[in-house]
Write a protein that binds this ligand. Sequence first.
Ligand code: NAD
Length: 478
Amino acid sequence: MATPETKLFINGKFVPSISGKTFPVFNPTTEEKIIDVYEADAADVDAAVTAAENAFPAWKSLSAHDRINKCLKFAELIERDQFEIAKLDAEDIGMPVSVNHLFIQRAIRDIKHTSGLAHDVHGETSLNTPGQIHITLRQPYGVCAAILAWNAPVVIFTAKVIPCIVAGNTIIVKSSEKAPLSSLKLGALAAEAGFPPGVINVLSGFGHTVGAALSSHMKIRKLTFTGSTRAGKLIQEAAAKSNLKSVALEMGGKNPLIVFPDCDIEEAAGSAAASLKFNSGQICVSNSRIYAHKDIFQKFLKVFSEKFVEPKIGSPLEPTTFFGPQADKLQFDQILKYIEQAKSSGANLVIGGSRATDKGYYIQPTVFAKVPASADILHEEIFGPVAVIQEFETEEEVIAECNKTEYGLHAGLYTRDISRACRVATALETGVVTVNSGGSVGAYDMPFGGWKQSGNGRELGKLGLEEFYEIKTVIITL
Ligand code: NAD
């Protein structure tokens, strides 16, 4: 593999950070350092903002068609280099190339879909007032920023950058400090795709420095974030204290899956297990708490546990590996801490419960059943291969349990009863509900986002694109 890019991508060029500082990136499979990456801080943010500001007038003045063509070229280049990109994420966060292949295919499809939608962004007209014509214009914000989580770096990058720039904005992306390499590669592909210098800029660095500088920058008018609720609140606060920039937040979840007794249990267990083993449980929509009806509880628990341990643990670089390590030591330690807490809270450990290998941050697929109502593992996002399976009796009781959380990202249910499916889907307080599928099933042409403290704003689809336009009402008196 070619040596990964380590400099910052500002104004169409790779440059060292102004301070010259770097930070180390570790491989979670070997626990060894792979490379040092240049670390941006507030001065580099200013340089990137200036580049983005200078690029904005010409970029917004292009026809939508020209902007769309560049995005489509970008998709073509990602497809061409997908194996190289997947290897970068395998190196720095241990994501199996087999898993990333699916993410990258999704990113390519999202780019094509969003770019196509951009042809059809229009305003409204009204003739309701005699002697006047009213119209609305949708116009770009100007300089925008994106702060990324590490767990699906390519798809999170494209879900934010493409709608932003196709709408005529320019952007500064801050990758996660855990996963800087693939975002820098995407910077290189942006240059090759012909985006003018300054339209897309990519900074590597930490949240409390670069992230904070972006959140409080007076010239950034829109910021889109994916990550934890903790960081999302700090970003929203910094935005409010600076220039009240518009903020869109995609945050965590503690996603319930309800399994009613009339469903296909094999299918429900397989789908729930798939959502939790995919990317080693590091997925915001994984079905991390499952409520199985008392009549099928024991059977579900058995089938789920069998399916959950199926995937082969191995090197993320092997195409046959579907279960890799956790992204870094911090994640690994945090998950093991939750597991230990659950054990001492009296939760019934069914399988797993410890690290899986002597070397590398691998954790055994772990299942707890019938955990006490107060256990942290039932309420907090673990972000690892840990399932909690609870028993329920009535529909009302399980809906109340599912909604008893500040999270509201995703929920699922399995039943053959269409009336119950519609009733429960309507009652669940989440931004996405899947019926007869789990968290691994998504809809590329529908908006995605959370209720409550899981988020605000939407990504993907028409609403995801519309996030990146300001609206202006023009009143013409005849
Ligand atoms: P994180 O909040 O630790 O970090 C996310 C990003 O925010 C990183 O780039 C980080 O450097 C930055 N950041 C941290 N503190 C900051 C601050 N004070 N100011 C500005 N930026 C700051 O989250 P993470 O560990 O990278 O990602 C995991 C979380 O992301 C989970 O909660 C997961 O559910 C969530 N997630 C949500 C979605 C979604 O679409 N809803 C998708 C993927 C991940």
